[in-house]
Design a protein around this ligand. Sequence first.
Ligand code: DON
Length: 581
Amino acid sequence: MLIVFGATHSTVLAAESAIIDPQSRSHPVHGRLGMVVSQEIVASQVGADILSLGGNAIDAAVATGFALAVTLPRAGNLAGGGFMLVHLADENKTIALDYREMAPSMASRDMFLKPNGEVDNQLARNSIKSSGVPGTVAGLLYAHEKYGRLTLKQVIQPAINLAAEGIRVNVDLSYSLKSRGKRLMKNPATSSYFFKDGGSFYELDDILVQSDLADTMRRIAANGRSGFYQGKTAQLIVDEMERSGGLISFDDLENYRVVERAPVCVDFKKNEICSMPPPSSGGIHLLQMLNILEKWDLQSLGHNSAAYIHRLVESMRRAYADRSAYLGDPDFYAVPVKQIIDKRYAKKLRRQINLKQAGSSSNVSPGLPIDPKTLVKGVKKAGAESIETTHISTWDQWGNVVSTTTTLNFSFGSGIAVSGAGFLLNNEMDDFSAKPGSPNGYGLIGGVANEIQPGKRPLSAMTPTIVFDQKGAPILATGSPGGSTIITAVLQVLLNVLEFNMGIADATAAPRVHHQWLPDRIGYEPGISPDTLSLLKEMGHSLDDKSRILGATQTVHRGPNGSTMGASDTRRDGAGAVPQG
Ligand code: DON
């Protein structure tokens, strides 16, 4: 049976798909079906159509990625960056693609500091200087060229059509544009692209046409990478930089490189978990927390009991303390990956945890016996190939799997669009540590490992993840937006499935908690019981003043009978899982 969860309402919708051919369901060779899950259902449909055309999971992810740049402008993008895990069934191999933005060559360590030495958050987050050199187009094209089956035109054309013919404005788009209207209307190009006559709002069911974006995507379809990083699109980007005091140059665009990296993997009880290595912190800390947690019988504590949440929080506290010191772009900083995901290190951290009483972040420091300053590489590794974020999970009939998270950083990025090119610029430079100890937009703190250097990639929390069974076959692909809360959201979905045996709908919907060392407070969602919160307080934990939403996962799960299930998180409107027709 194949189940689709669409997230157009605040309740989980589960419907047996009516459009699946029963023949294909019992296909004797493959025994599993294609599925696309993303934050916007029209884009998921584009991916599912690509699967039906004979495309593989990589084609579907790339087509969905381009479609999201049209249908979900707050997070889908051409001028952002991201990470992609690809599992290739034939070769039984999983690779990690790093298409994170790079700091422009004119960037410098103190570029966001005011004369008084404080961080200028406006400059770091909402200015033309907030943008790193975009990686998304290079990343999607790299994945397609190396691992896809269809032509580039086939995978981009649906997105071009959506931009040129217009999309029907849904609740999420209308709301997100209204709620960010004041910020977005400050930029004339953004105003002209996303507001009627530059000043009034698109309402539900209005049609939003994005002609300049369609033209940019036509140039990419015709010329590949150089349709974005050279020629007219590059000229439009550099013109925008020159007009507004930005740093990205023609050379920066031309020199942008995708890096193919080895994923980080550990065993968690009966499964192997693989995730994104640095410059994401997501994979390492996900695995570190799983390592700490694996020796406890979590199930017997009860899901979301105070005893369980206490163990989660104390593991999170220690992982995020390490993140603040040892994580950065591995091409510039010798991130101690092996040490952080070492099971013996997890044992040491687990032993520090008092099971009856809350720890205190002021007493928990980065835990490795290493001075973070000694890991600086100093020189750039030459010529390496290299609210808002969104995740795509795809699965094809051959068992190839893609798990990719992409972002502009904040919702609608810097809010600045490239005039004439139709797309928004990211504000990913804020993910660097502008000053040691000074929090970024998600309250995350860093130091020398994540300081700004030309050509360096800002540290990320994005956590595209694939889980494997004992035979090495993929069983789950997931990831989430949510800034600093991404890693802990993914952690809890995995534990819900692997430890608490929940179906993927329940695992997705179950209320989550979050802790990131500093500030020393537990974030919690509506649905964590007041009794539990009281018990946590009695143990000495501090809690956020009120509940909030943590993450929005997009997951494909293959059940024990070989069925493929898609689960779109219901926390944000408009998402959807679409099976291959
Ligand atoms: O890479 C990161 O960790 C952040 N730029 C992600 C931002 C994000 O998830 C915003 N979405 N809600």
